[in-house]
Design a protein around this ligand. Structure first.
Ligand code: GLN
Length: 321
């Protein structure tokens, strides 16, 4: 059996192992998200040298939600550089929930760009006038990362905007401390629209593979992200990507990652692989239950943990050579 068939076999095995695992609840605080089919489950992996592995509902569409955050942070760094961006958002894990209404008491900045406060500060940095121009710039960048056409889910956007008062509270707190300017609604619209981008598991894996490949989409060969900032993004994903589960994740899975309440989760094996899992049942922290289980299992079986002692170029990659 070829190595690629063997890896496809492992992906299918992981899928089968968790297919009937039904712990967790679909998000309902954004009413439109409650319509997701809780049974959907897809896994997808792309390597930087063009191998593709997918299984289950990999083509089922859902909204990206918080997985927009690392990509928006990348865009802020590209547009404003490190000093200006970091004047508005820190890189410290908060240890608190993604939607916590708080700033770092020492710096009065949001803790990091992976929680809502930090992501709204980042959205404020990359917004444009008119509002549609900033949203379009984000969508265009994400299309390049996914290598296909993507659109905003207008129903989710309306639903999130209607019920997003907690995010409004966070934004006004930041206005009070001078972290964002007074175009509060504009920044929130940018943020809500980013979260409402429709993707499937395959798109997310391609985006993750683009990060793994230092900013160049490995399938289209388009340079999407400025490589000098990809390491900033991966670092913050590593330390803060799963909110108050980030330490446990780094310990057990050992990969930079990001989850979203739509049920998606991405993980990046630096210079090697992009991984995505979709399963909308979430745990109490807002992370996909089967997403975490599947990533844990893939990392263990393929030797993907960043500090795996045999990871001299992971055993996964070596098996493809
Ligand atoms: N749009 C969601 C929110 O702001 C994103 C949260 C998430 O995916 N964790 O609440």
């Amino acid at each position: 059996m070829s190595h690629t068939a063997e890896i496809q076999g492992i992906v299918e095995q992981v899928y089968k192992k968790y297919r009937n695992h039904d712990e967790g609840e679909v998000a309902t605080y954004i009413p439109e998200l409650a319509k997701a089919n809780p049974d959907h489950f897809g896994i997808c992996m792309f390597t930087v040298d063009g191998h593709m592995f997918r299984c289950g509902d990999w083509d089922q569409e859902f909204t990206i939600q918080s997985i927009c955050k690392p990509f928006a942070f990348q865009m802020a760094l590209e547009e404003h550089g490190r000093d200006h961006t970091l004047a508005h958002v820190g890189v410290e894990p908060s240890g608190d929930a993604f939607n916590s209404i708080e700033l770092d008491p020492r710096t009065l900045r949001p803790f990091n760009p992976m929680i809502n406060a930090g992501a709204i500060a980042v959205a404020s940095l990359i917004k444009k006038s008119p509002v549609e121009a900033g949203i379009q710039a984000f969508v265009e960048k994400m299309k390049l990362a996914a290598g296909r056409n993507l659109t905003i889910d207008e129903d989710v956007l309306a639903s999130e905007s209607l019920t997003g008062n907690r995010n409004r509270a966070i934004a006004y707190l930041m206005l009070n401390f001078g972290i964002i300017d007074d175009a509060v609604d504009h920044s929130l619209q940018q943020y809500f629209a980013q979260c409402s981008l429709r993707v499937n598991c395959s798109d997310l894996a391609m985006m993750a593979a683009t990060l793994a490949n230092m900013g160049t989409n490995p399938f289209t060969n388009t340079r999407v992200f400025d490589f000098q900032y990809v390491k900033d993004v991966l670092t913050v994903m590593f330390t803060c990507g799963l909110y108050d589960h980030a330490g446990e994740w780094a310990y057990r899975v050992g990969l930079p990652a990001k989850s979203g309440v739509g049920g998606g989760i991405i993980a990046v094996v630096n210079r090697q692989v992009g991984i995505a899992v979709y399963s909308p049942r979430l745990d109490a922290k807002g992370n996909s239950v089967r997403g975490i289980l599947a990533c844990k299992e893939l990392a263990a079986q393929l030797g993907l943990h960043a500090f795996e002692f045999s990871n001299v170029g992971s055993s996964f990659m070596q098996s493809l050579l």
